[in-house]
Ligand binder design. Structure first.
Ligand code: 6PG
Length: 236
């Protein structure tokens, strides 16, 4: 595991963008599972502007680590946010984009998307292997859409499953732990002082870190990078 601490969220995004260019030059960045939330928005804006010529974005394939079960044009849609800030500005062809259909029946969509991952990605030990999975960290220690009250989803048998937001009850589709930990690379993008306590507990292995789904992220054959700004790292 590698921990990189940058001065601010923009520098976090810039560091990741630079890493992505490097990985593409190595020929090992062909597909990406994106995350939602506010932190990735900075990254997407940067990729679509300063880094728009840095690599052939149209050649990569785009997936999601989780999605809210809402239609794509809803403000809460991770795909909708990504389309607005990344896919449209970079004119990514639809054929390169594999969104989770938030408008579909959750159980059937979890099955459909799991099957799609099996078709679209190389299998490693029979499990779809992403070149890169971006993850955020919730203030409750959740990651993707696996929340502490549903820790069992981490070990669910499928590649995707249906989660429930603990406060709103909103249904979500999420990758499960076996896919996340099969990735070649997993990068946590974590910014802001609201995450500092969780970061300290997880990286410092301080109880109740074992109750946080984010603690379970440990790619078996891949690399794990925690990309933090100073605020999120202030308790380290
Ligand atoms: C989502 C995300 C979620 C997010 C964390 C952190 O769909 O909300 O996938 O896991 O990454 O909640 O979100 P912020 O980056 O907004 O803090």
């Amino acid at each position: 595991m590698e921990v990189k601490i940058e001065i601010n969220p923009t520098q976090v995004a810039r560091t990741l963008a630079g890493q992505m260019v490097h990985w593409h030059e190595l020929g090992t960045l062909r597909n990406i599972a994106l995350s939602g939330g506010s932190t990735p928005k900075l990254l997407f804006d940067l990729l679509a502007s300063e880094f728009r010529e840095a690599l052939p974005w149209k050649e990569l394939t785009y997936f999601w680590g989780d999605e809210r079960c809402v239609p794509p044009d809803y403000e809460q849609s991770n795909y909708g946010m990504t389309r607005q800030r990344l896919l449209e500005p970079l004119a990514i062809p639809d054929k390169q984009v594999f969104r989770i259909m938030g408008e579909a029946d959750p159980e059937s969509e979890a099955d459909r998307y799991g099957g799609l991952l099996r078709e679209q990605l190389p299998l490693h030990h029979g499990i779809p292997q992403f070149d890169l999975i971006l993850l955020g960290l919730g203030t409750d220690g959740h990651t993707a859409s696996i929340f502490p009250h549903e820790m069992g989803l981490w070990d669910a048998p499928g590649f995707c499953d249906v989660a429930t937001h603990p406060e709103s009850g909103q249904k979500r589709i999420t990758l499960t732990g076996q896919v996340i930990n099969q990735a070649r690379r997993v990068v946590f993008l974590v910014t802001g002082s609201s995450k500092a306590e969780r970061v300290e507990e997880i990286l410092g292995r301080k109880e109740p870190y074992l109750s946080y789904p984010a603690t379970r992220v440990a790619p078996a054959d891949g690399s794990l990078i925690w990309l933090l700004d100073k605020a999120a790292a202030e308790k380290l």
